[in-house]
Design a protein around this ligand. Structure first.
Ligand SMILES: N[C@@H](CCC(=O)N[C@@H](CS)C(=O)NCC(=O)O)C(=O)O
Length: 218
């Protein structure tokens, strides 16, 4: 990473949709800062009028990208956390997409009337159980502690950010959601969370923010 490249991540001062980007910037040892725009005063200044927004600065050049999955995948590629093999990359993306679906289903569940939800298809509880089963199976197959391969990847970061979101942030929307998660999480997933939090690239960031593993033992 050239030292004259720096990043500004604009988001609200909460976990939300920015955690994957924060973790990737940290793991990539990027020179980065975070801005918390005044809202809605600064809404119209954002390209898509929403956050997160990533600004990459290089000398006088400024490049801006929006949409959290695009931001995460850009950073993962830039810092070498994204597989170069396109099939392995697709497997990591499919996992991340399943996670986004669980997040969407959670908001559907708390916001859409129950009778309309039934018509949409599998809901939050079904998708969450399926996701947990999927994460557990993938972890069981790999003896290195990571989801794929023997080093930290985009999948690890997006999966860890997914559990962090639900355990440490979603209780603002549904008080008991963290305990729903901790009751469902398998030993493989809980070991994975601790393993990622102790990764040398992330450990100092984790010590400055709240630990998901510590939330299990509260
Ligand atoms: N698909 C977008 C969704 C962005 C989004 O919904 N951002 C919310 C915060 S999580 C926002 O900016 N809300 C304020 C607003 O819409 O005024 C992404 O993943 O980045």
């Amino acid at each position: 990473m050239p030292t004259d490249t720096s990043f500004v991540l604009r988001y609200f001062d909460l976990i939300g949709r920015a955690e994957g980007a924060r973790l990737l910037l940290t793991a990539g040892k990027a020179n980065w800062t975070e801005e918390h725009p005044e809202w809605p005063a600064e809404k119209d200044k954002q390209p898509f009028k929403r956050l997160p927004v990533l600004v990459e600065k290089n000398g006088d050049d400024e490049w801006i990208i929006c949409e959290s999955p695009a931001i995460e995948r850009y950073l993962a590629r830039k810092f070498g956390f994204f597989p170069t093999d396109i099939k392995q990359a697709a497997e990591q993306e499919q996992m991340a997409e399943q996670q986004y679906d669980v997040v969407k289903a959670f908001f559907d569940k708390i916001m859409i009337p129950q009778e309309k939800l039934a018509k949409i298809g599998d809901g939050f509880d079904v998708l969450l159980d399926r996701m947990i089963e999927q994460h557990t199976k993938i972890l069981e197959k790999n003896s290195h502690g990571y989801l794929f391969g023997d080093s930290l990847s985009y999948a690890d970061i997006s999966c860890y950010a997914f559990y962090k979101l639900f355990i440490l942030y979603m209780p603002v929307y549904q008080q008991d959601i963290a305990s729903v998660f901790t009751s469902k999480i398998t030993p493989q997933i809980s070991a994975f969370i601790s393993f990622i939090e102790s990764n040398p690239l992330l450990v100092s960031y984790v010590s400055k923010s709240e630990s998901v593993a510590a939330a299990f033992w509260k």
